[in-house]
Design a protein. Structure first.
Length: 457
C-alpha cells in the first residue's frame, strides 16, 4: 500500500480461507479495501484500553521467582496483579477464566530487537533503525516506534509481551527503549526510555569468517580506520564530560558564561555521569577487552552485548560486575574453526560463574522465536528454570524494572500468558495473552477480514 501498511494474509495459527476460496477471497478483499470505509483504518487491531478485573483459576502458575503453584488462581485488576495462590477470593464481577490443564507464566522479555522500527527490510521507507553518520547519541528509539507494525502481533503471538527496541549502525547508534507490545501511540507503549546508550565498539575486521591474513596495505588501512574510530569515540565522550561540567556550573551560578546547546553532547551527559548504562556491542575477546579498557577510562556503566567470546573474558566480567546480553543464540559462531556449540553453551558458562545475563533475539521479523533461543541454551546444560528466567526476570533486573515486570507477583504489571505447555517447547501454544491487564487478541487482522467477507450477501 502507498501508506506503508501491510495486510497479513494468514492467521497466526497458520490457517486461513479454504484453498478453493482463496482466489475469490483475495479478489473480493482487494475490492473491499478500496471501497469499505472500515478498511481505511489501520490494518492492525489494537486493544481498546480496557483493564477489567480478571481471575484465572485451576491453572498451574509459574511465578518464576518462586515455586510453581498447582491448581492456583491469579487475579489482576486495572492492569496490576492483586492476588496469587491456592486460596484466593475472586472478586464479584470479575471475568473468570478456567485454566484447567493450562499453565500461566509472566510475559516474555526480549533484551534486544528492532520490532517497531522496521517493517519490510527491502523497502527503505519502512525502516527507521539506522541514522546517517557514525555518532548519533541523540537518536531515540522511543519516538521512532510504529505502534501499528504488523511485526508486533506476530511477535506477541508467541508470548513475548515486552521488548528492548534498539537502534543500529555507526559507532554510537543511539538510545534504546523498553516497550510493551500494546498501545495506540509510542508514548503509551514505552515502559522505560531512554533505557541505555548503544555503542558498537570498533574492531579491526568486521565481517564473519574474516580472520584470514590481509595484504600489508590493507592491514595498515584497517588499523588506521580503527584508530580513527576510537579517537572519534574518545573525543565525543571527553566533550560530553566538559559539557556536563559547564551545564552543572551554569545551573549553580547564572553568571557563568552561557554556552550553546549541543544535542549530541546533551544526550551523552547521563552516560558520562554514570546515570545511564552503555550497552557495549563487542563480539571477539580482543574487542571486548579493548571495550572494557575504554569504558574504565570514562568510568562508564557497561552492559555487554553480542559477546561470542564470553568464555575468554570471565575474569574481566566478574571483576567489573558487568551483566551480559547473549544472543542471537540460534546463530553461527563467528569463526569457522569455533566449536559448533559456542553460542549454545555461553549461557551455562555465565550461570556457573555467577554472572548476570539475559537473552535477546536481535531481530524484528523473527523476534517471536525468542523462547527457542533460551530453549537451545537449556538443551546444552543451562537449567530449564534458569533459561526461562533469562527471558523474564533476569532482563527485568538488568534494566532496573524488576519491581514492575518479569515475574508474577502482587503489585506487578499484569503481563501474563496462558499456555498449554512449557513456552520453551516449540509445540506449545499461547492460548491467552494479557499486557498491562488487557486481553490481547492473538489473531491477525486477516482473520477478521475473512469473517467480514463471509458475511457479505
Amino acid at each position: 500500500m502507498s501508506d506503508g501498511r501491510v495486510v497479513i494474509l494468514s492467521r497466526a495459527d497458520g490457517e486461513g480461507p479454504p484453498t478453493h476460496l482463496r482466489g475469490g477471497f483475495l479478489a473480493a478483499l482487494g475490492m473491499t479495501l478500496l471501497t469499505a470505509p472500515l478498511f481505511a483504518q489501520s490494518v492492525i487491531l489494537n486493544n481498546p484500553g480496557k483493564k477489567p478485573t480478571v481471575a484465572i483459576r485451576n491453572a498451574t502458575i509459574y511465578p518464576v521467582t518462586s515455586q510453581p503453584i498447582s491448581n492456583g488462581t491469579i487475579v489482576f485488576s486495572n492492569g496490576v496483579i492483586t492476588a496469587i495462590g491456592t486460596a484466593v477470593n475472586i472478586p464479584s464481577g470479575a471475568t473468570v477464566i478456567d485454566g484447567t490443564g493450562l499453565s500461566v507464566y509472566p510475559g516474555l522479555i526480549d533484551s534486544g530487537s528492532q520490532v517497531g522500527l522496521t517493517e519490510v527490510s527491502s523497502v527503505a521507507g519502512t525502516n527507521d533503525v539506522t541514522e546517517l553518520g557514525e555518532l548519533n547519541p541523540n537518536a531515540r528509539a522511543d519516538v521512532a516506534i510504529n505502534p501499528h507494525s504488523n511485526l508486533i502481533p506476530v511477535t506477541r503471538v508467541n508470548g513475548v509481551t515486552t521488548v528492548v527496541v534498539e537502534p543500529d549502525g555507526g559507532i554510537i547508534s543511539g538510545q534504546s527503549a523498553l516497550v510493551q507490545l500494546s498501545g495506540w501511540t509510542p508514548k503509551e507503549m514505552v515502559l522505560k526510555a531512554p533505557l541505555a546508550m548503544h555503542i558498537h565498539f570498533p574492531r579491526l575486521r568486521t565481517a564473519a569468517f574474516d580472520e584470514q591474513p590481509q595484504d600489508e596495505e590493507a592491514e595498515k588501512e584497517a588499523k588506521k580506520n580503527y584508530t580513527n574510530q576510537i579517537d572519534k569515540l574518545r573525543d565525543i565522550l571527553r566533550d560530553a564530560q566538559a559539557y556536563s561540567k559547564a551545564a552543572e556550573a551554569r545551573s549553580k551560578d547564572t553568571n557563568v558564561h552561557r554556552f550553546d546547546r549541543d544535542v549530541l553532547l546533551e544526550a551523552l551527559v547521563p552516560v558520562v555521569d554514570g546515570r545511564e548504562p552503555v550497552i557495549m556491542h563487542a563480539g571477539l575477546a580482543r574487542d571486548i577487552k579493548a571495550a572494557f579498557k575504554f569504558a574504565d577510562e570514562f568510568k562508564l556503566k557497561v552492559i555487554l552485548a553480542d559477546a561470542d567470546d564470553v568464555a575468554q573474558v570471565i575474569p574481566d566480567l566478574k571483576s567489573r560486575n558487568i551483566p551480559v546480553i547473549l544472543g542471537p543464540t540460534l546463530a553461527l559462531p563467528p569463526r569457522e574453526d569455533d566449536p559448533y556449540d559456542l553460542e549454545f553453551t555461553n549461557a551455562k558458562l555465565l550461570y556457573d560463574n555467577g554472572i548476570r545475563f539475559s537473552i535477546q533475539s536481535s531481530d524484528a521479523h523473527n523476534a517471536r522465536n525468542l523462547p527457542y533461543h533460551a530453549a537451545m541454551c537449556a538443551a546444552f546444560g543451562l537449567p530449564k528454570d534458569v533459561a526461562l528466567k533469562s527471558i523474564t526476570i533476569f532482563p527485568a533486573e538488568i534494566f532496573g524494572v524488576a519491581d514492575r515486570i518479569g515475574s508474577l507477583e502482587v503489585g506487578k504489571i499484569a503481563n501474563i500468558i496462558v499456555t498449554n505447555g512449557d513456552p520453551l517447547e516449540i509445540v506449545t501454544q499461547v492460548k491467552r495473552l494479557f499486557i498491562g491487564g488487557e486481553d490481547i487478541s492473538l489473531e491477525t487482522y486477516q482473520t477478521l477480514l475473512y469473517e467480514k467477507f463471509k458475511q457479505r450477501p
